[in-house]
Each structure stands twice: as C-alpha cells, then as structure tokens.
Design a protein around this ligand. Structure first.
Ligand code: BTN
Length: 303
C-alpha cells in the first residue's frame, strides 16, 4: 500500500489530495494519513496543506517501495551478515528475489576476502536461474560486470572499465566487486546468486588499496537508488542474451586485454600478455611458454 502512495506522490509532481489517493487505492483518508506519517518517519519529507500532500524529498535509502516495476520481490535489510546468506536461503526455497542491505557485518569478497560494507555503498544479491550449463557460468559474472559498467557510464559519464573476470574500475581503481555463488547439478544450474557491491557514497577505508567510489570520482554524493535501479535494468536487459553478445560487450569495455598481467591461482602464478577471452569467458594469455587458457584466478595488471 505504501508503494501505491509513494507512486501517487511521485507521479503528482505537486500536490495531490488525500481524497484522490484514498479513492485510487481504495483505502480511507485516515489510512492514507497513517501511511504518510510512516513515510515521514522513514525520512521522506512530505508537505501537507489544504491542497493535499506533496513529496519534497526522499531519503537515499534503498527501500523496496522505491523499486517500482521490478518482477522480483525485494527484501530490504538495514544490516545483515551478508546478502549472500539471505539470498541462499531464499533461492533454496525456490524464490527469485533481490536482497538489499544498507550495511553488512561480514561482507564477502572473491577468494575468501572480506568486503568492507559501510553505510553509503550499494550491497545486494540477485537470484538468477539461467538456462545454461554450470560450465558456462562465468558468463553470468561477465554479464553483471558489463551491466554495472554500462549503468555507471550512462548515469555519470565516467569511463568505467572491466578487469578480468568481473571487477569494474574507474581510472584503474576498483569501484565494484561481483561474487557469484552457484548451486548446480551435473548439467543444469539451479540458481546463481549474484552479489554486487558498489562503492557509491561510502568512504574508502585504508585497507582497500586501489579502490575508489563514485562519490570520490565525481566529488559529490550520488543517488544510490537511481544507480541500483539502473543496474537492475541493465541486468534484466542482458539476462537472456547469448554468451557471444555478452563477450563482445565485455571485450569492448575491457582494460585487461592487451595488458601484461599476473594471474594468481590456487597452486600457480602465471604471467603473460592477456590477448583475449574465449566464449566461456576464460582469459587467454600469451606466456613465455606458449598460450594458456585461464578459467579462474586473481588478475593483477602489470605496468
Ligand atoms: C569481490 O571480491 O570483488 C567481490 C565482492 C562482492 C561484494 C558483494 S556486496 C553484496 C554481496 N554480499 C556479499 O557479502 N558480497 C557481495
């Protein structure tokens, strides 16, 4: 119901009478008033006058009511261990949802690292059920990275680029990290939980060397809900694209290809020139000992 009230306030672009809202939503004017009070308590500034209600400003919280028109259910948490934990339970129950948190106490990064998740950043996990085999799952990571880079470019005109496999960089510094957790059977994926962390307005801690935020790049706060909505739309657009379309978009945004790189794998470190990625998103390296195909690892750009 609050979603309906917010929608009416947004659409009105001025005053809208309590009576009109109550008619539209089929609730009493007292009920409208009560919902308006709740919105005010959440940080919405709403003017009430004899002409009705007018939305003056809304808080930059990623509240589910703000995300109008999404197919999936949105779960919103002020604080959580990790959105990945919640999404896993939901995915196992068969839900297709988006889990958003304002902060995480145990944010997880790739390769067992920690993901600092202070207020001001964007932290969410989206549950996907792609119809591809687990061997091609890397495409999902690449698709997410392309979506985030495209959203940042279109909203802020910043030159967001990609580092293999799925980091989004601005001026060579990391602005977004992506973590995919998958449950699969032999040849079918049950779900992929795509966890995305974007440094939006959050301060970058001393521990995060080589990181930046959109705020730092622009010198001003940004609207996190606008960015998140844009990222979700970009993901929705690409969800059912073919692997080759994602790969070619990824290559166009890549800052890894043609660079000298060091790849740190579990039991090996390889250096060489990144010359391509293949149809499954594996990195193709030219090394002293010949061509190598790397499926997973930590990639460091060398000068
Ligand atoms: C990386 O190491 O680059 C991946 C970072 C992924 C962070 C996001 S924030 C939302 C989701 N919840 C987590 O605990 N991790 C991912």
């Amino acid at each position: 119901m609050r979603k309906g009230i917010l929608r009416a306030l947004y659409q009105a672009k001025g005053y809208i009478s309590g009576e009109l809202i109550s008619k539209r939503l089929g609730i009493s004017r007292v009920a409208v008033w009560k919902h308006i009070q709740t919105l005010k308590r959440e940080g919405y500034i709403i003017d009430a006058s004899p002409k009705g209600y007018k939305l003056i400003s809304s808080p930059d919280l990623l509240l589910p009511d703000e995300f109008i028109g999404l197919r999936q259910k949105v779960y919103y948490l002020k604080e959580v261990s990790s959105t990945m934990d919640v999404a896993k339970k939901l995915a196992k129950r068969g839900e297709e949802a988006i889990v958003i948190a304002e902060t995480q106490t145990s944010g997880r990064g790739r390769l067992g690292r920690r993901w600092h998740s202070q207020k001001g950043g964007i932290y969410f996990t989206i549950i996907l059920r792609p119809r591809i085999g687990p061997a091609h799952a890397q495409i999902i990571n690449l698709m997410a990275a392309v979506s985030v880079a495209r959203a940042i470019r279109s909203l802020f005109n910043l030159e967001a680029k990609l580092k293999w496999p799925n980091d989004v960089l601005i001026r060579g510094k990391k602005v977004c990290g992506i973590l995919a957790e998958m449950e699969a059977e032999m040849d079918v994926i049950k779900f992929v939980n795509l966890g995305i962390g974007i440094n939006a307005n959050n301060p970058i801690s001393l521990y995060e060397e080589g990181a930046t935020s959109i705020k730092e790049e622009l010198g001003r706060d940004i609207s996190r809900k606008e960015l998140l909505m844009c990222v979700l739309n970009e993901i929705e657009k690409r969800k059912s694209l073919l692997g080759e379309e994602i790969i070619s978009e990824w290559k166009a945004l890549s800052s890894t290809i043609n660079k000298k790189v060091r790849i740190i794998m579990q039991d090996e470190v390889v250096e060489g020139e990144a010359i391509d990625i293949d149809t499954d998103g594996a990195l193709i390296l030219r090394t002293d000992k010949g061509i190598r195909r790397i499926i997973a690892g930590d990639c460091i750009h060398l000068k």
